[in-house]
Design a protein around this ligand. Structure first.
Ligand code: GAL
Length: 658
């Protein structure tokens, strides 16, 4: 059970009673019960309401809220409100303000306007956390702690003097001495040698591109500072309330700056926030990817969807409303992919402030609305679907995901501005989704052995350890598909010696003589019939067989796609940007090598996922779809003997009994 004191699929959202007169609270609790809500996140942004001036605490209102929720049998995920320091703190401790790369001190009026390394911020956050923990540790409504909110969301990095000093301490700890730092950063280049720690700065805006190794270390440092802040709060909460899990909400796939592989080891359960990119019609594929990544980072364990939206998301350029049935399809797709709880931002739509046009479980229009009816219906469905909780998702294919490599791949002065890490991961993911294959995400140095096929999209930075791990996987019988701009640099952004792709040269059985990136809009034709763009390479095979060659472009006649038997396995390499059906050739052949049966025969637009003995079929098309299945359908209670019909836009969940 992800939340020991909650023995149901968690259902609810962020609840901000401080924005409402007290007489509304009772109605809230009654309506929560009507909707089947069993968990709400309270207090996320209430610092100024709880500590009205330094050391002046007002907990009375929160006492009453928690008591009321408890009386209504609604459990509480209590937040530390440290993501929104109050005005008094900002004024009293001006050194705690966030400073951007250009040296500008950012203003008050939003949230997360603080420097993550500020000792004043840290001290005040710890004090409030201590008070909250002491006061509510034994409250019967409390089942989960929610530290902060989306660490690093608005303040990933601060460039102030305090941050600079903390960065230097972090570097001293990492490198021990300046010689090691100079070597790691390659400071012989452009006269950058450091002779004193005090000379080192955060990578503030410079007249040219900054030192890439310095930038990478700064990204590592910033992520570590946020993680240290989480740990500090978590340790207080754990000490005061042993047994109550502590988490914080990630923004997996959407957040570049936090290395959530590191974070996952520190939280008691993984919680994620996901918001659809509303304008894309097939945005459910990106949703599936974020859900699979959440589960992957959680090591396969069930996780909690801490926030998603019932309909429009206000911070997007156009606040597109969800289509009929979309709320249900989105929520149940997260459930299918391993979530044991479905929460929303937020319970009641706000009347004022920046987020008043954001959808909510209870919209401005109240209960006479389609959104409310959908929310109530979903609450009912989750009661029926409760047996799914805790079951493991059964995936078919592994895929590598790495934040550090993402950072490094997109620093300045790369060989093409069109290199885009998430685009590459998404393109391969999308092909697998359309082939009805479920993906488990893994760290490049993690355990790769669960699946016979592993996709490695543009893994630019590869440590020696990860390179050995990937080679071992193939040697022992695995099949990998590696895409271009992989295995190029080490952890300090230094090129692996001996020719590209140094870390993967032997595994792939080839040398890249030269990158040959394409002009904007230029395409290259392959003799397989596929068309690529963005990138091409001049490749010299050293053991690999050419499976497809370039017909034109900057490397005509040369290998474009190669295959290399290595140990007991096979390593595929794709040297140009292929998308959609242009990936058919290589991915079908790699599936065949790996013995993965692609399920391209199933109807397009139908999302099919197995979670334990349950089969989820989510129809994103307007037309009926059919698939082979037998068992009891949980939502309708109908028996299904061989063929399951899923009406357009609907979801079916079969208990297959095995
Ligand atoms: C999240 C955040 C919430 C709310 C939401 C709106 O990123 O955690 O507090 O702002 O976005 O979509």
């Amino acid at each position: 059970m992800i939340i020991p004191r909650l023995d149901r699929i968690a259902y609810g959202g962020d609840y901000n009673p401080e924005q409402w007169p007290e007489e509304v609270w009772r109605t809230d609790v009654a309506l929560m019960r009507e909707a089947g809500v069993n968990l709400v996140t309270v207090g996320v942004f209430s610092w100024a309401e709880l500590e009205v001036a330094e050391g002046e605490f007002r907990f009375g209102w929160l006492d009453r809220v928690l008591d009321l929720l408890h009386a209504g049998e609604i459990a509480v995920d209590l937040a530390t409100p440290t993501a929104a320091p109050p005005a008094w703190l900002t004024r009293r401790y001006p050194g705690s303000r966030l400073v951007d790369r250009d040296g500008r001190v950012l203003g008050f009026g939003g949230r997360q306007g603080f420097c993550p390394s500020s000792p004043d911020y840290r001290a005040r956050a710890a004090e409030l956390t201590e008070r909250l923990a002491a006061r509510y540790a034994a409250h019967p409504a409390l089942v989960l702690w929610h530290a902060h909110n989306e660490y690093g969301g608005a303040n990933p990095a601060c460039y102030c003097a305090t941050s600079a000093a903390a960065f230097r301490r972090w570097l001293a700890d990492r490198y021990g001495g300046l010689d090691a730092l100079n070597a790691a950063w390659g400071t012989a280049f452009w006269s950058q040698r450091y002779g004193d720690w005090a000379e080192i700065e955060p990578p503030r805006r410079a007249p040219t591109a900054g030192n890439p190794a310095q930038q990478l270390d700064f990204l590592r440092f910033c992520a570590a500072e946020h993680l240290a802040n989480f740990r500090a709060e978590r340790d207080i909460l754990r000490r005061c309330a042993p047994g109550v899990p502590v988490t914080t909400n990630f923004m997996i796939a959407a957040c570049k700056t936090m290395d959530y592989w590191r974070w996952a080891a520190e939280v008691d359960l993984l919680a994620n926030d996901h918001y659809l990119r509303a304008e894309r019609a097939d945005n459910h594929i990106e949703l599936a990817m974020a859900a699979d990544l959440s589960r992957g980072v959680a090591g396969g364990a069930p996780w909690l969807l801490m926030e998603h939206s019932t309909s429009a998301v206000n911070w997007q350029p156009r606040n597109i409303a969800k289509r009929p049935g979309e709320l249900r399809r989105n929520s149940l797709a997260h459930l299918a992919r391993g979530a044991d709880g479905l929460m929303f931002f937020q319970w009641r739509a706000a009347r004022y402030g920046q987020e008043k046009f954001h959808s909510a479980m209870l919209p401005h229009g109240g209960t006479e609305t389609a959104v409310w009816r959908d929310v109530v219906e979903l609450g009912g469905m989750l009661r029926t679907l409760d047996p799914v909780r805790g079951e493991p998702v059964r995936a078919d294919v592994g895929m590598v995901w790495d934040w550090e490599s993402w950072w490094a791949a997109e620093l300045d002065w790369r060989p093409s501005v069109d290199l885009d890490y998430v685009e590459r991961v998404s393109a391969f993911y999308e092909w697998l989704w359309r082939a009805h294959l479920t993906v488990d995400f893994v760290h490049p140095a993690g355990d790769l052995s669960a699946h016979p096929l592993l996709v490695v999209p543009s893994l630019y930075l590869v440590s020696t350890e990860a390179a050995a791990n990937l080679a071992r996987y193939v040697e022992q019988g695995g099949t990998v598909v590696v895409s271009y701009f992989s295995g190029i640099v080490d952890v300090n952004d230094a090129v692996h010696p001996g020719g590209f792709p140094g870390a993967l040269r032997d595994l792939l059985g080839l040398v890249i003589e030269e990158f040959r990136p394409l002009r904007a809009g230029q395409t290259v034709r392959l003799d397989s019939g596929a068309t690529g763009d963005v990138w091409a390479e001049l490749i010299e095979p050293r053991g690999a067989t050419t499976v497809a060659s370039y017909l034109d472009g900057p490397a005509p006649g040369g290998p474009a796609v190669t295959r290399h038997p290595f140990g007991a396995g096979v390593a595929w390499y794709v040297s140009t940007r292929l998308r959609g059906a242009d990936l058919d050739g290589v991915l079908r052949a790699a599936c065949a090598d790996a013995g993965v049966a692609s399920r391209e025969d199933l109807p397009p637009g139908l999302e099919v996922v197995r979670r334990g003995r349950f089969l989820f079929a989510i129809n994103h098309d307007g037309h009926d779809a059919k698939l082979p299945a037998a068992g009891t359908e949980l939502l309708t209670g109908a028996r299904c003997d061989g063929v399951l019909r899923v009406p357009g836009g609907e979801v079916r969940v079969i208990d297959t009994g095995r």
